[in-house]
Design a protein around this ligand. Structure first.
Ligand SMILES: [Mg+2]
Length: 456
């Protein structure tokens, strides 16, 4: 762009602004007839950096031309200030702070501690009411649900934001399982003075669900967050996959790994501050004797399902997964039949269901919940009251761990889900990116707490 062009554009724009400023007058004189052609001409002569959305009304377009964005006109602004001293004057509300946030903070500031406690009590009551919703639905035929939800909404603290576009069922679920991000302060408050232990599922929690399970990679950002997390708290990955496979995805030696739904547990190889007592060099495989049988069933299942397009059998060492994510829905029944026909020969194996996956595993009483208890024991935390476990997972198989935590009353589960699901988890997160934000917040909070203690 030449210097001549630079001068020309502001002049043209100035003319356009003058024209826009006289728009109201023109409206009176010409009855609005020529307005659209005027705006067209104004738009044509406007410098390209003033972008005007086509969805704006004529009035809004005219205003946008008269008051272009200071960002898009930045060069012109600094040019005008050339050789002059800049003095800045800034309004506060709505300028340096968002209005909505201000109201919330203002409201919070006015609250006494007693009121905050009262609100938490009300929220607890609202959650209890919500929990009994299903029962009420049966008793009252759903007639009172909307008033219940209204009451629940009214007694909810302001920071649980519920989108007005949600259905009543979704709203009720969101109240029962609020976002772990919006409830972060409450969560860390509950863990005060306790040792936090983190349990993380892998697929759908640390990595997005993908069509090909072999390509369920976690992002480098997530890996880095989990690494920082493991420096702050003992951290375990609890997955349905075989331990080697999940380790290859995560690649962090400082973590505990419980593969094959907890049937293959190994302590950190190196780099963990949390290798204590029995946890040192632990290798726990309660279903070791089933290995030959699992191998045999794997081969049979591969043979039986090879005619079903999209079906995939995954060998997870102590258990098998038959994925039907890529199978046409009209053939799901066929997959079920094939798996069933193989399993009837093996009464010592049982079938459980995951997300678009059929899982086959030994009938021993062992699941992700038992793995959680085993790991707590290995860490020397079994009978201590000052331990606070957090388990994050997205699958039905994670419910065993959620239930254990609920029963223990020390810690809680967080379900990763975008839609309401029957769960024993206390909180929710929508997707792995939210999980990462939550984990990072925990790390930041821990580091801040440590810095605070160091200064005392
Ligand atoms: Mg999962």
């Amino acid at each position: 762009m030449t210097n001549q062009n630079v001068v020309l554009i502001p002049e043209e724009q100035q003319a356009a602004m003058k024209m826009a400023a006289s728009k109201k007058k023109l409206n009176v004189i010409n009855g609005g007839a020529k307005i659209s052609s005027w705006v067209d001409s104004m738009r044509a002569s406007s410098p390209p950096r003033i972008s005007i959305s086509p969805s704006l009304t004529e009035e809004e377009k005219s205003w946008a031309l008269q008051h272009p964005s200071a960002l898009s006109m930045f060069d012109k602004i600094v040019e005008a200030s050339k050789g002059k001293k800049i003095v800045m004057f800034l309004d506060y509300d709505g300028t340096l702070s968002p209005i909505r946030f201000l109201k919330e903070e203002d409201q919070k500031a006015k609250m006494t501690t007693q009121k905050v406690v009262l609100i938490r009590k009300e929220q607890h009551a609202a959650m209890k009411m919500a929990a009994s919703k299903k029962k009420l639905n049966v008793i009252n035929g759903g007639a009172k649900i909307s008033s219940w939800v209204d009451s629940m909404r009214a007694s909810s603290p302001p920071r649980i934001s519920i989108s007005p576009s949600l259905t009543e069922e979704e709203k009720s679920w969101a109240l029962q399982h609020p976002s772990a991000l919006s409830m972060f302060d409450k969560i860390v408050e509950a863990s005060k003075g306790k040792k936090i232990v983190m349990f993380l599922d892998y697929d759908g929690t640390l990595s997005p669900i993908v069509k090909n399970p072999e390509r369920a990679f976690m992002s480098d950002a997530m890996r880095s967050t989990v690494k920082s997390l493991a420096q702050c708290f003992p951290t375990a990955i609890v997955s349905g996959r075989c331990r080697d496979k999940v380790y290859n995805f995560v690649q962090l030696a400082e973590l505990y790994y419980a593969g094959s739904h907890g049937m293959d547990i190994k302590g950190p190889e190196k780099g963990s501050k949390y290798i204590k007592g029995d946890a040192k060099g632990i290798l726990f495989q309660p279903a070791a004797k089933f290995l030959p049988m699992i191998d045999e069933v794997y081969k049979t299942l591969v043979y039986e399902t090879k005619s079903t397009r999209g079906a995939m059998v995954e060998h997870n060492k102590f258990c098998l997964s038959v994925h039907y994510r890529c199978v046409d829905e009209k053939n799901w029944d066929l997959v079920a039949q094939q798996v069933k026909s193989v399993l009837k020969e093996y009464p010592k194996l049982k079938l459980t269901q995951g997300r678009k996956v059929l899982e086959i595993r030994p009938t021993i009483k062992w699941d992700k919940g038992k793995a959680l208890e085993f790991l707590l024991k290995a860490l020397g935390y079994a009978n201590r009251r000052d331990v606070f476990s957090v388990y994050i997972g997205d699958d039905r198989t994670d419910e065993d761990a959620f239930k254990i935590l609920k029963a223990r009353g020390q810690g809680f589960g967080i379900l990763v889900s975008k839609c309401p699901k029957d769960t024993s988890a206390s909180y929710s997160l929508q997707e792995p990116t939210e999980v990462m934000t939550f984990l990072q917040k925990l790390v930041d909070w821990k580091l801040q707490t440590l810095r605070g203690q160091a200064m005392l």
